[in-house]
Structure formats: structure tokens, C-alpha cells
Design a protein around this ligand. Sequence first.
Ligand SMILES: [Fe+2]
Length: 339
Amino acid sequence: MTAGHYQNRDFEDRVNDRSRDTQLRFFVVGDFGSGDDVQARVAGAMAHVAAREPPNFVLGTGDSVYPLVAGGTSNPTPSAAILRERFDPYYERLGIEFFQCLGNEDLVEVFAGDATLMFDHSWNSATWRMPAAHYRVPKLPPWIAIHIADTNVFGHDGTIAEPAFFSESVMACEIEALTETFAGRPGLKILVGHHPIFTAGKRTLRYHGDGELLYMRHLRRAIEDCGVHFYLSGHEHHQSHITGPRCEHITQGCGGARKAPNPKHPRREDGWHDAEKVLCHLEVAAGFAIIEVNSTHQIRLQFIGVGAGEPDQAIRVIYERTWDGLDSIGDARLQRASC
Ligand SMILES: [Fe+2]
């Protein structure tokens, strides 16, 4: 299969039509399938906010289902029931589509390396949408493009995202597909993948020690080549915003997964920067993000923190940024990938 044939026409028929909308609101949430109290509270907060300010859809940043560990329960054999019992009940009440991407916990640990059941669930769920490992979100208005990538297959210079899945040819196919989605697009370009490119979280001092996950270097170059404006990821269990040369990097990994900071892996402080990136905000707080954008590319980003208690008291905006037009995105004084 070539990248030119990756889009599934049946899937386009499956999703809601937003092609004439002049503004969109969507939630971003990731690392949200632990099945514990935190997932339930974040899901409840999403429903509470959605009742007042309905989103058009949700973008999931991966790790949608975690292995069962509570009480020493072993993982069941992969089956269609896993998503039906451990994903849908939390989110069906929102009544909207979740465009999902592959993580490592769901793909490797829960579904034993075979994503077929996750793809198939797109046809059986009222909310779950993931027709393939990579895909373009269909039926969007012409002023925005959103592409979902499989970042498990990326690697560079001896570092690999997920060893069972890395290959040069599959990685090239991922880059070809996202390039096809974004080529010649004049509007807002949003890419979603599980693994971050820049991180100020527990992985920030690994690899180069400079806050870049080196195995994502090819995706970083593709983002720069394609002019992607926002890269949305998960994997790190925090909410963060890092600005790059022309792209805003948003990590949302606090949808219900284990989130206690590990003192053995220090994080960076807000304001940390080098020649290539600036950490605008990092917080370990259960929650999700809201992005609102209109056809003239006025954009508002909010991070929502979810505590214990009744929703009205528990939900708070912990971070907010706005952009007025595509030219205001990124910081052109920062350097692109050097090699
Ligand atoms: Fe992950």
C-alpha cells in the first residue's frame, strides 16, 4: 500500500461532516485508559465542560487503554470487549467522536502488538475512531488539516521509540502520509502522535540530555518541512507546552494514567530554554486541553486541571495561551533541527 491510498473512503462516510464550519472546538486528552478513579474524574470533567461548551470532537494522544495491574490481575487475552468495557463507558456520554492514535501501552501491552481490534472498534463504537495506524481526520473545513500518525515506528541514530515496530520503510511511509495530508495546505496544520519530540518531563535528561527525544528526529524534520503548526502528543504523564521555531508542542498525558512524579526523573522548570525550544508551561495535573480555532486562525489553548470533589469546584483552567493568526505561531528566533 502506498501512502496515496491510506485514506479509507468508508471511514470518511463514518464521521460527522464539519466541512462548512467556521470555528471548531476540540478537546485533547491522552494516557487515559487506566480504569481507575482519575480516569473517571477526568471523563466526568470532560462531560461537564462539554455540556456547557460542546466540543466538535476529541483528539486522543494515545495509550487509550492500559494493562490491568490493580490487585495483580493479569491482562486478558486481546479481545473486542476490552475497548467496549474499558473505553466506551467513560466517554460515550459526551456523544462525540474521539479520533485516536496508537500508543505503546495499548498496542504493545494490551493488544500484543496487533492493532486490528482497535481499528475494528471504529465500526462498532459510538465514540472511538481509529481506522488505521495513520490517517487524516476527514470532512474538516478547508482552513484546517489534522493528521494522526503512528509514532511507535520512529527511530534515529540507534535510538528507537518502540523496538518491536521500528523500521526505516514503515517510518518513511508515516512521513509520506503526513506529507500528503499537509502538502499545499494553506491553513492550520495539526499533527497528532503519541511520543513527544521535545519533553520537559521525566525523559528530558535522557538521550542527549537536552530535552529532545532523539528517536523522533525524523518526525521533527517532517514537521519543519511540512510547516506543521501544532504537534499534539502524550506518553509523558503531564500537561506541557513547549514552543519551537514554527510549531507549538503540546503534551497531554494526564487523562487518567499514573501521574505521580518520580523523584528519580527530574523535570524542567517553566521558562527553561535552549537555542531550539522554550518551555512555556509544565504541570503534573490530571486533566485535558481545550483548543478553539476559527477560520481566521485565532486560536485559544487551555489546559484544564481536574481535582477531587464536585465538578464545578474541581475543574480549573491551569494554563491559557492565545495566538492571533498563523504567523504568530512558534518563535522564528529558535533554531531548526541541525541534522
Ligand atoms: Fe506511552
